[in-house]
Design a binder for this molecule. Structure first.
Ligand code: PMP
Length: 364
């Protein structure tokens, strides 16, 4: 936990509700301003947003005196087309973090505790704590794969990132279907933040299962992390439940510039596909180079790799890369403290990383 954050909490007021007394907020990846870094720590895209997205957002900026469309009608129509579902099967949100929180609010309670792997997106446990929801974390296997059997017929609300973060490992569609079909009385949320980089989407299962919610984001493959746009896809009833939560918290959750940028991006799917292809190529290129340098890596289907070296600890590699102007993500959790998660960026960014790592290993 960064010291600055700890100090912030110590100065909390006496008025804070006791229900948040023990809450430890999510720690976002650093966004430092003091110098220019090769930023490989938050899985952003190295490519700018689509020119169509920028043009549409600029146009929308001229109407900022008006509230945005709470229904996100045009964007929802475009997403329904992209996903091959009906209009009422989509909900747009302020990043996919928001729909994940809505899912914890709508589908978890003491009769429907949450269940997710021990090594996964760190926000799940924070959302569970925030909403006072009981939850259980199931250990991944030693090789960081999900043991599907652990999720069969468990009677809990399941959250699975596919591909998982920070490992990048993906389940197959058959494995996801086994989990969804064996838990008909609970919602299964498949968080597909990284699906465009090599996993198969579970959206195609939605017509078959009323208990499946798939969430996706424009933050990674669509270069819109700063605009905050995510969405969920599910049967109309699940989306209605989530809309009830949305209209009880923040009806105008997706601002008009973001809605416009999202529509522009969807009109430029070819650009998105081309960028994903570059990232996949750069991932394979970097994986090969790091293997040659002695690293072990999980098999990533995402826009990041998860790496460990036998001769240098995760924390030390993180610090030495930082000194050289390269930011990666190091987690202090015991099971993964030897690892670093490195975002796959442009070829230049990857060459810079490989060169820095080679130097660090030589010095060691
Ligand atoms: N799910 C996973 C697995 C993630 O890594 C992230 C990004 N931190 C998110 C969801 C949320 O991303 P966003 O809110 O930008 O859509």
């Amino acid at each position: 936990m960064p010291r600055a954050r700890l100090l912030e909490w110590k100065t909390m007021s006496k008025f804070l509700s006791s229900k948040y007394g023990k809450l430890i907020p999510y720690t976002p990846g650093e966004q430092p301003k003091e110098r220019k870094y090769n930023k490989l720590n938050t899985n952003e895209s190295p490519f700018p947003p689509s020119a169509k997205a920028i043009a549409k957002a600029q146009e929308a900026a001229k109407k900022l005196e008006l509230y945005c469309d709470p229904e996100c009608k045009k964007l929802t129509e475009a997403l329904a087309g992209l996903c091959g579902v009906d209009y009422n099967q989509i909900l747009c949100t302020n990043g996919s973090d928001e729909i994940l929180n809505f899912a914890f609010m709508a589908f978890c309670d003491s009769e429907h505790p949450a269940l997710f792997p021990d090594i996964t997106y760190g926000f799940y446990s924070v959302f569970a704590e925030l909403n006072g929801v009981p939850y259980e974390e199931i250990p991944l296997r030693d090789d960081f794969t999900v043991n599907v059997e652990d999720y069969i017929g468990v009677n809990k609300t399941i959250f699975i990132a596919n591909p998982n973060a920070p490992t990048g490992i993906a389940l197959t569609l058959d494995e996801i279907e086994r989990i969804v079909s064996s838990n008909p009385n609970n919602v299964v949320v498949i968080d597909e933040a990284y699906v465009d980089f090599g996993a198969e989407s579970a959206i195609k299962l939605i017509p078959k299962y009323k208990n499946l919610l798939v969430t996706q984001t424009f933050s990674k493959s669509r270069s819109m992390a700063g605009a905050r746009l995510g969405f969920g896809v599910g049967c109309a009833e699940l989306i209605s439940d989530l809309n009830m939560v949305k209209y009880s918290t923040n009806p105008y959750n997706v601002n008009s510039m973001t809605q416009a940028a999202g529509i522009g991006t969807l009109e430029d799917e070819e650009y998105t596909r081309k960028n994903c292809q570059s990232i996949i190529e750069n991932r394979e290129y970097t994986t090969d180079a790091l293997k040659r340098l002695g690293f072990s890596l999980t098999e990533s289907c995402a826009n990041f790799i998860f790496v460990k070296h036998p001769r240098i600890g995760g924390g030390e590699l993180y610090t030495k890369l930082r000194e050289r102007g390269i930011l990666v993500r190091h987690f202090t959790k015991q099971r993964i403290k030897d690892y670093n998660r490195i975002t796959v960026g442009s070829r230049e960014q990857m060459d810079d990383l490989i060169e820095a790592i080679s130097e660090i290993l030589e010095e060691n």
